[in-house]
Design a protein around this ligand. Structure first.
Ligand code: PLP
Length: 406
């Protein structure tokens, strides 16, 4: 286990107060900012003046004070020098990779990543001359074997969507760095629980849409990395975030600022509930996948990666073998038991359930799904924390029994 405590790291950041002594920061909606002297504008364009160099903002696609306040939280949370927030998790992923890779370059990626990421790497990037080889995230040797002279990035998710396979980030980091390759890690499934930068990741991307926000009411993303990389992303002439323009709205950034301080508390509860439910399902004989169970093939690896006191995360998978059985169970759990909601996404305070193969991983072909061990009946559950745990355990037990899963 790691010693890093994200809760303490968040406490360290300079608190922003609002106008009139507000305990919350004020929202700066302005798209543009005036300067006193006309000479200042060219200086900002030349990088001589800026919010960190003399207190001048320019334009909100570039820097915005509310976004800067949010970015400080993200950098603290992921223990990186700097961070940049974007309008979605996908734009955080695409801008990071496009900043590093140009035509002719190559990426080695885990084959069990979010379906949208799989489509980006496997279909969109090749059309732009950036090729990708997908490998089993649990097999570091397979990453090594796939490296070519053109490889610029090793890409993985700490906890893979939706199979919950764990990436050995310290070993992947050693491999990447020995070959001059950048390790990019998506930490969306396990913020707080794991801190990939401590384990050796160079760039950590997050969909803030999920656990980090926790309210399922907005879409946002973040890139957490060294300051020089973040500065490059915002470079006026070359920055992929600056020029592709996935700017986060200050109102959305403000909403996120209100929710990050209680993220560690929420993650602890997501994890505790998920572990109890996983244990109950296992006792009943169901085919449950959860990294906190000693039956998970990478339980020991996950134990070595996690920060103390935040458990193993809120994501759990239940293999119902067929899509029909998974759908039958979801229907009972939502419509009879009131256990959770049939919906994609994750990290909400209510439990969300979806059958991944035919929804959020449907971009991955059925042949590839079977190769990566993604069963058509894999039910992915993002465990919420409303209601009493005892009643949730009773609901899921009745549910799995009533559809004959156990
Ligand atoms: N990364 C992971 C692991 C995801 O599950 C998702 C979305 O489900 C994304 C990235 C994309 O995030 P967003 O929907 O915010 O673009």
């Amino acid at each position: 286990m790691q010693n890093f405590d994200p809760q303490n790291a968040l406490m360290e950041i300079k608190k922003e107060f609002g106008d009139h002594g507000g305990v919350v920061p004020s929202i700066t909606r302005s798209s543009t900012f005036f300067v006193k002297e006309p000479q200042t504008l060219p200086q900002i364009f030349q990088g001589i003046r800026g919010p960190e160099k003399g207190g001048y903002y320019l334009y909100s696609r570039h820097f915005n004070p509310t976004l800067v306040a949010l970015q400080n939280y993200l950098a603290a949370l992921e223990n990186t020098e700097s961070a940049l927030c974007t309008a979605s998790g996908m734009s955080a992923i695409s801008c990071s990779l496009l900043q590093i890779c140009k035509q002719g370059d190559h990426i080695v990626s885990s084959n069990t990543v979010y379906g949208g990421t799989h489509a980006l790497l496997g279909e969109v990037f090749p059309e732009m001359g950036v090729q990708c080889t997908f490998v089993d995230p649990t097999d570091v040797d397979a990453f090594e074997a796939a490296i070519k002279p053109e490889t610029k990035v090793i890409y993985t998710e700490t906890v893979g969507n939706p199979t919950l396979k764990i990436s050995d980030i310290p070993r992947l980091s050693k491999l990447a760095h020995s070959r001059g390759i950048t390790l990019v890690v998506d930490n969306t499934f396990s913020p707080v629980v794991t801190t990939p930068s401590i384990l050796g990741a160079d760039i950590v991307v997050n969909s803030l849409t999920k656990f980090i926000n926790g309210g399922s009411d907005l879409i946002a993303g973040a890139i957490c990395a060294r300051k020089d990389f973040i500065d490059e992303l915002m470079n006026i002439h070359r920055g992929r975030a600056m020029l592709l323009g996935p700017t986060l709205d200050p109102q959305v950034a403000f909403d996120l600022i209100q929710r990050i301080p209680h993220l560690p508390l929420r993650m602890r509860e997501h994890s505790a509930r998920a572990l109890s439910i996983a244990k109950r399902l296992e006792e009943l004989g169901a085919s449950v996948i959860y990294p906190g169970l000693s039956s998970h093939p990478q339980h020991e690896l996950m134990t070595s990666l996690i920060n103390q006191d935040y458990g193993y995360g809120g994501m759990l998978a239940l293999d119902c073998k067929t899509k029909e059985k998974a759908e039958e169970l979801m229907s009972v759990l939502q419509n009879k038991e009131n256990f959770g909601l049939i919906a994609v996404s994750l990290g909400y305070y209510e439990t969300l359930m979806s059958c991944s193969g035919s929804s959020t991983s449907s971009e991955i072909s059925p042949e590839e799904q079977s190769k990566i061990g993604l069963s058509p009946g894999l039910l992915r559950l993002s465990i919420g924390y409303t209601g009493s745990l005892d009643s949730r355990l009773e609901q899921i037990e009745r549910g799995v029994k009533s559809v004959g899963l156990v």
